[in-house]
Design a binder for this molecule. Structure first.
Ligand SMILES: Nc1ncnc2c1ncn2[C@@H]1O[C@H](COP(=O)(O)OP(=O)(O)OP(=O)(O)O)[C@@H](O)[C@H]1O
Ligand SMILES: [Mg+2]
Length: 320
């Protein structure tokens, strides 16, 4: 495997905001690298630098062997990008949008027409392909935008929050499609706020927070960092949250985390069933009613919490 994406000590400022403060990462060929992080972490800024839409202030980055500054034109011909905000032309039809990309890349007309038709079918846009994009729904635009990034069959594909706003079925279709592309040799860098998406697709995950890499590795490697398991209790009555957290702290083992919205208290633990049983008894003695008590393997969400002290927003993609 050779690296298709190489980033070294990359920095970018916007006025007083340090959007990237020394980012290093590597993306291997025919693999999915996921950038996971909350709002403002710097994901889009990194994608924009890697796709030559922004120039870095310091550091180096190469994609498919091309430097983002010195070889920008060659780099652009090797990549596809579906940005965070759909960049399709409202006044053209879906099909015209796709064919236009073929023109930009100087593909032969017969080739881009065939590609456009295939992609419209693939992204369930065959029936609406000849209507103006102005009348498309958000999800249709999103799909068209991803389709447009694929017209030129890029070596490296950048997808900035590709499934935000997609309904669950369409999201699953897109995941399956990304897996096929990667099996056929495409390298993918995608950004996401969804653990579920990173777990499903990514060979490697880079957790970003406030312009830096908080951690990176495979899903399993990241979970190891949290270690063991998580003892998790959901209280029936919100007013018991504080007492539940104190009780968990007495059990000990790690830092207690309280999630007020979920009415849940979590504790990293190395113990198994005996800890669970002991905890159950203590909650009962304290008269704290629970809706749920269990031990679970750490999720990526726990990893993120452990690394950054905050949860990544929604637990699973929201339907817009
Ligand atoms: N063009 C810009 N001008 C000024 N500040 C910017 C600009 N682009 C990004 N920023 C700032 O840089 C930081 C990183 O933003 P970025 O868009 O890269 O985050 P992100 O991880 O993509 O977040 P999100 O999940 O919300 O898309 C933020 O503080 C943002 O406000
Ligand atoms: Mg972004």
């Amino acid at each position: 495997m050779s690296p298709m994406i190489e980033v070294e000590a990359l920095e970018k400022r916007f006025g007083a905001t340090r959007a990237l403060r020394g980012v290093d990462l590597v993306g291997e060929e025919a693999r999915v690298l996921a950038l996971l992080g909350p709002n403002g972490a710097g994901k889009t800024t990194l994608v924009r630098i890697l796709t030559t839409l922004l120039r870095p202030d310091a550091g180096r980055a190469r994609v498919a062997g091309h430097d983002v500054v010195a070889d920008a034109a060659a780099l652009r011909s090797a990549i596809g990008l579906a940005g965070q905000y759909a960049a399709v032309d409202e006044l053209l039809t879906g099909r015209e949008n796709l064919e236009l990309v073929g023109l930009w890349y100087h593909l032969p007309r017969a080739v881009y027409r065939r590609r456009a038709q295939e992609l419209l079918e693939r992204f369930s846009l065959a029936e609406t392909g000849d209507r103006l994009v102005r009348g498309y729904s958000g999800g249709m635009r999103r799909r068209l935008d991803v389709a447009a990034s694929l017209v030129a069959q890029p070596e490296v594909l950048f997808l900035d929050e590709p499934t935000t706003g997609l309904d669950p079925r369409t999201r699953n279709d897109l995941w399956a499609f990304i897996e096929e592309l990667v099996a056929a040799g495409t390298t993918v860098l995608l950004t996401t706020q969804y653990m579920e998406e990173a777990e499903r697709l990514a060979h490697r995950i880079v957790v970003m927070n406030a312009g830096t890499v908080a951690a990176s590795g495979t899903v399993e490697e990241l979970k190891e960092q949290v270690g063991g398991a998580v003892l998790s209790a959901r209280v029936r009555d919100r007013s018991d949250l504080g007492r539940a957290a104190a009780l968990m702290a007495e059990i000990g083992g790690g830092a207690v985390h309280t999630d007020a919205d979920q009415q849940q208290v979590d504790l990293p633990t190395k113990g198994g069933t005996p800890v669970l049983i002991a905890a159950g008894r203590r909650f009962e003695e304290a008269g704290i009613g629970l809706d749920d008590l269990g031990i679970r393997r750490p999720s990526l969400d726990d990893v993120f919490l452990h690394l950054t002290g905050e949860r990544v927003a929604p637990a699973s993609p929201e339907v817009a």
